[in-house]
Design a protein around this ligand. Structure first.
Ligand code: RET
Length: 268
């Protein structure tokens, strides 16, 4: 349905997308710069965080441009009479980033090869099934029956992912250092809290009668969730990788040099 938005409503979404672009770009730079502080055996998790925010940066630039192209400013309001807003970018983004985020979590645990492989395969299949089922429901913005049916189908693999993370993985946590266990459990709860925002944002258009309010809530909801689920999650994974590197005695080249006795000839 074509929407008519006040300048404030239009700008709310515009600024939310702009904020996400800044957050993804800044975290991309940060993850690249901080990589050397992590022991080489834990760098794969940081690489995945970097790739995830890079993919999201690209998609948010596209989403932002699509929002701009969808509206024209006439008579003091924004009218949605342009190129249809492309909601599919989000789903393409998730197809890539959700399996990578789950892989980050599994890889930073450093479990055995067989266990890691089996977790990665099962979690990836469940993530793809969840997103593929959600897509037709997302497109049926005003038809609540198909939204609910596809939503339930997408929720089943979502529950499976939560089962694997909260029940199956708990057995592997005992082998980690106590500080790392605390961070890992925070990571899982952050995942749960941020990922549940997505199905809520998805179902909002079926619950809220006013299509303008529903659309604003959906776009801002997804934007906030994306910043929490990607950069913030990446920061926590980084904290775990740093804690493990420290526990394993890894120190950066610069730290070793500065720990040398002071009577050594200063480097020029
Ligand atoms: C859908 C609709 C169907 C039911 C459920 C959904 C869940 C989506 C989730 C998305 C997570 C995306 C992330 C992106 C970050 O990069 C597909 C909305 C349960 C959990 C974490």
């Amino acid at each position: 349905m074509d929407l008519t938005l006040s300048a404030g409503q239009y700008d709310l979404v515009y600024n939310a997308f702009s904020f996400v672009i800044a957050a993804m770009g800044a975290s991309l730079l940060f993850f690249v710069l901080v990589r050397g502080s992590v022991a080489p055996r834990h760098r794969m998790a940081i690489t995945l965080s970097t790739v995830v925010v890079g993919i999201a940066l690209y998609h948010y630039i596209r989403i932002f441009n699509s929002w701009v192209d969808a509206f024209t400013y006439k008579g003091g309001v924004y009218i949605q009479d342009g190129i249809p807003f492309n909601e599919a970018y989000r789903y393409v983004d998730w197809m890539l980033t959700v399996p990578l985020l789950l892989a980050e979590l599994v890889i930073v645990l450093k479990l055995g090869k067989g266990k890691t492989r089996s977790l990665l395969i099962r979690l990836t299949i469940a993530a793809l099934a969840m997103i593929i089922a959600g897509y037709p429901g997302e497109m049926a913005a005003s038809d609540s029956t198909s939204k609910i049916v596809w939503g339930i189908l997408g929720t089943l693999p979502f529950l499976y992912i939560l089962y694997v993370l909260f029940v199956e993985l708990s057995n592997s946590l005992g082998r980690q250092a106590p500080g790392v266990i605390r961070l890992l459990s925070a990571l899982r709860w952050i995942l749960l809290a941020t990922w549940t925002v997505y199905p809520i944002a998805y179902i909002l258009p079926a619950l809220i009668d006013d299509p303008v309010v529903a659309e604003l809530a959906r776009q801002v909801g997804y934007s906030v969730a994306d910043v929490l689920a990607k950069p913030l999650f990446g920061l926590l994974v980084l904290a775990i990788a740093l804690a493990k590197s420290r526990d394993e005695g890894y120190a950066e080249a610069g730290d070793i040099a500065s720990a040398q006795p002071t009577n050594a000839t200063p480097a020029r």
